[in-house]
Design a protein around this ligand. Structure first.
Ligand code: ADP
Length: 441
């Protein structure tokens, strides 16, 4: 509990509330006391001045203090204070309460000296007592109790609000922690509920998208393992079948049998090579040694290497390369691997009398290379999938051509790692056209 986020948030909020209320109280108290003090001082001053001037006027009119007692009583009642007038012999000549009349009077509190403009020396001493009714201080203290009560209510309300606020913040974080733990234990289907669009909500969304990526990655990994096992099984069982047949004397270990075995192992080693390329490409770890290359030269070189196969199959293989193509920035070994793969596919899916044409053209900052054939084409339903690994339009026939089903997947990765795009077009029976772009140097 002590280490929980909710507890810490509540503690922080409570401290802020207490400090704020304490500061407000301190400054309010200080300001109120100063104001009350100066207000009472000014009231006191005005009162004393009024009493003194009234008495001075009386003395001027009468010439003595005789008969002043009713005036003092009147002034005492009006001001709610005790007023004592003492003559120069320190005898009380008037007392608003009457009990000190005629008696000698000595006081520790400083009195006021009454003087008359015409007369030399003091006329009398005036003593004005404290106000009988409640002073503003008493009123302020009473108000203080209400203020403290109000502060307590405010603190209680603030704490309740803080509790709900902090639980709103900490609940999704706790849910996130729980989900992350489950994800860590291998349950990739776990997601968190994204509430609002605050930072916590965004964290939840980012977490869900990460979980989605992890789930997809895990699914791809599983599929990959299943696909690889599936692809390995056929050539391996073929090899085993041959070897068993030879052992049991059903098949003679002649040149034909050995050639079949060799074909199966070639297929296997090609599959292993392609898998290695694919895993490097998928991990983004394929090293590209890029330099400026002449596209026309690269195309001519690759086409020349395939010419013999095309001639043997009676398929015409031509190029269409305009003059002045710009240089491209590529890893020539990898791009000729892509082109070779497209040409091998074109040869595998064309028949006697068909034609294959390799063309190149500049398109802005890119050079597009295309391989078009007049072969069997690709059904529209299969077009979106042919770049997926192990995808074959005609499973049985593709195996006969010796393809691993990874050629186009690797080609796509290689082109994309150069920043380009690869596309396929075509219809069943109308031939196909593969094109990819390369960045101009
Ligand atoms: P494979 O090793 O089987 O050739 P690829 O990834 O290179 O694998 O190609 C995937 C599939 O796309 C092939 O099995 C084939 O069905 C189809 N394909 C590729 N190129 C062509 C083409 N030029 N004409 C018709 N189909 C093609």
């Amino acid at each position: 509990m002590k280490d929980s986020l909710q507890f810490r948030i509540m503690l922080a909020f409570s401290l802020v509330i207490l400090v704020t209320i304490g500061a407000v109280f301190f400054f309010f108290d200080h300001a109120a006391r100063t104001k009350i003090h100066s207000f009472e001082e000014s009231v006191e001053y005005k009162l004393k001045a009024r009493v003194a001037s009234g008495l001075s006027r009386y003395y001027r009119a009468q010439g003595s203090w005789e008969g002043v007692q009713p005036l003092i009583e009147q002034l005492g009642t009006a001001s709610e204070r005790r007023i004592i007038l003492v003559d120069n012999e320190k005898i009380v000549v008037a007392d608003s309460q009457g009990d000190l009349l005629g008696k000698p009077y000595e006081s520790d509190s400083p009195g006021m000296i009454l003087q008359s403009p015409g007369k030399r020396g003091p006329l009398a001493m005036l003593y004005i007592g404290e106000a009988k009714s409640a002073s503003l201080y008493i009123l302020y203290k009473a108000m203080g109790h209400f203020l403290i009560l109000g502060a307590c209510v405010a603190i209680a309300i603030a704490l309740i609000i803080t509790f709900f606020l902090s639980s709103r913040i900490s609940t999704p974080i706790c849910a996130l922690t729980k989900t992350a733990r489950k994800l860590g234990q291998g349950d990739f289907s776990q997601r968190v509920q994204v509430g609002d669009k605050t930072e916590v909500g965004e964290l939840g969304m980012a977490f869900n998208s990460m979980a989605g990526d992890l789930e997809k990655g895990e699914r791809l990994r599983r599929n990959m393992v299943a696909d690889v096992a599936h692809e390995l099984r056929t050539p391996l069982s073929n090899v085993r079948g041959y070897l068993e047949a030879i052992r049991e004397g059903v098949v003679k270990p002649d040149v034909a049998a050995i050639r079949s075995l060799e074909e199966e192992t070639t297929l296997l080693s090609r599959l292993v090579d392609d898998l290695q390329d694919l895993s490097l490409a998928e991990a983004g770890k394929l090293k590209l040694i890029c330099q400026t290359e002449d596209v026309a030269e690269l195309v001519n070189r690759t086409v020349a290497a395939m010419q013999a196969q095309a001639t043997a199959k009676e398929v015409s293989l031509s190029t269409d390369l305009p003059q002045g193509l710009p240089l491209v920035n590529i890893d020539s070994h990898r791009i000729s691997q892509v082109l070779r793969n497209l040409l091998e596919n074109a040869l595998a899916h064309t028949a006697k009398g068909d034609a294959i044409n390799v063309a190149a053209a500049q398109q802005g900052d890119w050079v597009e290379i295309s391989v078009a054939d007049t072969g069997e084409g690709i059904p529209p339903g299969d077009l979106p999938n042919i770049f997926e690994r192990f995808y074959r339009v005609d499973k049985s026939r593709a195996r006969a051509t010796g393809g691993s089903g990874l050629g186009l997947t690797i080609a796509k990765h290689l082109v994309e790692s150069h920043g380009g795009k690869i596309e396929a077009q075509g219809k069943s029976g109308e031939g196909s056209r593969f094109s990819f772009t390369l960045p101009v140097a």
